[in-house]
Design a protein around this ligand. Structure first.
Ligand code: A3P
Length: 338
């Protein structure tokens, strides 16, 4: 059963902005650079665009992270439902330890309950990840092909749950997120069009989104007992069914008694956007590891919110590139209704 990573939490609080390892600097400065986004520089590494300040920790993670057979890793492209998946997976896997009425999610942001494995290596040391007791519940935005062998090799026993979201909603969610972070300020309307053009060229943190999604999708087809592929839209439509899928996948299915007592519904309710968004901790606090306001992770959570922001031509530009890239994969984004 996963636990709150309190030891790591404490270390992060004592040293909130660790300095990245210097040894990767030469390597990183030689990588292709994109400065077209107003708020962050991206570097292209192994086929994907990364915020350049994340690369030292990602490279350290590649070299040092030793996955354990009992690890559960939650993976996502940013703004695809990471916060929700963290809350659900944490609540499901800890349900016998924490009574729902007095649950850590009522006083901690989901990102402080499930740490990002990439960030654990931010100061160049493996010790923070090693210090976590098994079974570890971790998260990552790193693309599948960039993860270390200890996670992806055929012998690896650890499990991954990926959440995928329709690309136009991801783009809009990301744009709003930028507006809510004091030091990003992506507020001018014309930047939306500019951002979308870049998004369609695959230029965004951890982009291209289609390659990010496709890699996890293909692996979920190849190793269905190791990689579970969830869709945000399907989770919205059928939360109870998807939470049961998640629990079965990780080997802790709900008992008949739990189902009778409506434990699944209670977990869905505890992790709902409305519930989490209105908690004091999520209205006021900031993440332990950064100064990002907790509130910025909770907005509307609506399927198809892109309609309120994109004109038909803008929407078509995202659809066309995604359809072309996903053709033949057996995967479609979103639901038919979108
Ligand atoms: P919107 O901006 O469309 O509202 P991430 O967690 O990957 O950063 O994604 C953020 C998106 O997930 C935001 O979408 C946010 O509102 C939504 N979200 C956050 N918590 C959620 C929850 N408990 N249930 C459903 N959606 C949630």
């Amino acid at each position: 059963m996963a636990t709150i990573p309190s030891k790591v939490q404490q270390e992060k609080e004592e040293n909130p902005i660790p300095s990245p390892p210097q040894k990767y600097n030469d390597l990183i400065s030689a990588l292709p650079l994109c400065t077209s986004l107003p708020h962050l520089s991206l570097r292209q590494y192994q086929g994907f665009w990364f915020p350049d300040n994340w690369l030292p920790s990602i490279m350290t993670m590649q070299n040092h992270f030793k996955a354990r057979p009992t690890d559960l890793i939650l993976a996502s492209y940013p703004k695809s439902g990471t916060t929700w998946l963290k809350a659900l997976a944490f609540a499901v896997t800890t349900r016998t330890r924490y009574p729902l009425a007095d649950h850590p999610l009522l006083s901690l942001n989901p990102h402080d309950c499930v740490l990002c494995v990439d960030e654990l290596f931010a100061d160049g040391h493996a010790s923070k990840a090693e210090a976590l007791p098994s079974p570890r519940l971790l998260a990552t935005h790193t693309p599948y092909s960039v993860l270390p062998d200890s996670v992806t090799s055929a012998e690896s026993e650890c499990q991954i749950i990926y959440v995928c979201r329709e690309a136009k909603d991801v783009a809009i969610s990301g744009w709003h997120f930028g507006q809510n972070i004091p030091w990003l300020h992506v507020e001018e309307q014309h930047l939306l069009a500019e951002n979308l053009k870049l998004f369609c060229q695959g230029l965004g943190p951890f982009g291209p989104i289609w390659d990010h999604i496709l890699e996890y999708w293909r692996e979920s087809q190849r190793r269905p007992n190791k990689v579970l592929f969830l869709k945000y839209e399907e989770m919205m439509e059928k939360p109870v069914e998807n939470v049961k899928r998640l629990a079965e996948f990780v080997g802790c299915p709900f008992s008949e008694g739990e189902e009778r007592e409506k434990v699944v519904e209670e977990i869905v309710q505890l992790c709902s956007l409305e519930k989490l968004k209105n908690l004091e901790v999520n209205k006021t606090g900031t993440l332990a590891s950064t100064n990002i306001p907790n509130a910025s992770f909770f907005r509307k959570g609506e399927v198809g919110d892109w309609r309120n922001h994109l004109d038909p031509e803008m929407a078509r530009s995202v659809d066309e590139v995604c359809e072309q890239k996903l053709r033949g994969s057996g995967l479609t984004l979103g639901t038919i209704k979108d």
